[in-house]
Design a protein around this ligand. Structure first.
Ligand SMILES: NC(=O)c1ccc[n+]([C@@H]2O[C@H](COP(=O)([O-])OP(=O)(O)OC[C@H]3O[C@@H](n4cnc5c(N)ncnc54)[C@H](OP(=O)(O)O)[C@@H]3O)[C@@H](O)[C@H]2O)c1
Length: 296
């Protein structure tokens, strides 16, 4: 199967490229394909003639998006429409990734995880741009949109921008006090598991459409960071903070747990986030010293 991957030097793309390594993959980082250039996208898709396009390109600087809405919408929304049109013209399937930030997420910690029928209510420019991207992709009947959140999975030697979990691990390993939210409930997502779920949906020729795709379960960032420290066998020097105390430009949902039920019904069970954390820490060389989920 010929597969064209956009945004190929990103965090999730790295895992996607591994999951599709046995395919004929044409990987385009931003340097070789700017997805906001519709002519270039058309040419690249015609040249590759892929059976599948996987869009990993995104404007992911959530706070910067507040002052750069046109850039965020160009990449996260209108480029998705361009890719969907190109896929349709070539008869290719399309995979696109959405975000939990499309939900207002103002519910309390006991709320039910959002499923695919939950009404979105974005509270930031990034969130709105991602929602429009979902809609443009879903207009195409052969598109899979996987909504993910709080991605992690970077190798220890990564020099670029880090996600929340990488920042927590780096802080703990350096012996620093790490500030973590006590009022944000998340379902962290290991890029390796998201990429495996993507591969499953494509191989199983599952029904196209929207799928929530996160590691199973939920926890506050404080609980997630505590589990990381426990797995590393380190004393957790965690500083509890709340979203109200921080001066981030973009609003964050305080409750972002997503339900994987639809994905499970399509034949793919996402492992628990604790299990995913343990596998990631082992893969990055931070040998875990405790079993996931067991008390110290
Ligand atoms: N990270 C998370 O916690 C998270 C949470 C929810 C949803 N998501 C979604 O998951 C997907 C993957 O995220 P990620 O964490 O892998 O993001 P990432 O590491 O920031 O990767 C995104 C890639 O897109 C590239 N890109 C940006 N603008 C582009 C353009 N105009 N043309 C082509 N490529 C462009 C970036 O290149 P440069 O590095 O050169 O900018 C980067 O390599 C995205 O759709 C994101 O919205 C992520």
């Amino acid at each position: 199967m010929r597969v064209l991957v956009t945004g190929a030097s990103g965090q999730l793309a790295d895992a996607v490229l591994r999951a599709f390594a046995d395919c004929d993959v044409i990987a385009h980082p931003r340097a070789t394909l700017d997805v906001t250039d519709s002519d270039a996208v058309g040419r690249a898709v015609d040249q590759a003639a892929p059976a599948l396009i996987i869009n990993c390109a995104a404007f992911t600087r959530v706070d910067d998006a507040e002052s750069r809405p046109a850039d965020a919408f160009a990449v996260n929304a209108f480029a998705v429409r361009t890719l969907a049109r190109a896929a349709e013209r070539r008869g290719a399937a399309l995979v696109h990734y959405g975000s939990d930030f499309v939900f207002a997420g103002l519910d309390g910690p006991e709320a039910e995880p959002y499923d695919e029928s939950a009404a979105p209510s974005p509270r930031s420019v990034y969130a709105a741009s991602k929602l429009v991207g979902d809609w443009f992709a879903l207009d195409y009947p052969r598109a899979y949109v996987l909504r993910v959140e709080s991605l992690f999975g970077l190798p220890a030697e990564w020099n670029g921008r880090r996600g929340s979990l990488e920042t927590i691990v780096a802080g703990l390993e350096a012996g620093r006090e790490v500030p973590v939210f006590t009022d944000r409930v998340v379902s962290p997502s290991y890029v390796v598991d998201v990429a495996a779920a993507t591969r499953h949906l494509v191989d199983a020729q599952a029904a196209a459409g929207l799928y929530h795709c996160v590691n199973s379960g939920r926890g506050t960032w404080y609980q997630v960071a505590g589990e990381v420290a426990r797995l590393l066998g380190m004393a957790a020097r965690l500083k509890p903070i709340t979203t109200a105390e921080t001066r981030l430009a973009a609003a964050r949902p305080t409750f972002s747990a997503l339900s994987n039920r639809k994905l499970a019904a399509a034949g793919f069970e996402m492992p628990a986030w604790q299990d995913a954390l343990q596998r990631w820490l082992a893969a990055r060389g931070s040998a875990p010293r405790a079993e996931a989920g067991t008390a110290i």
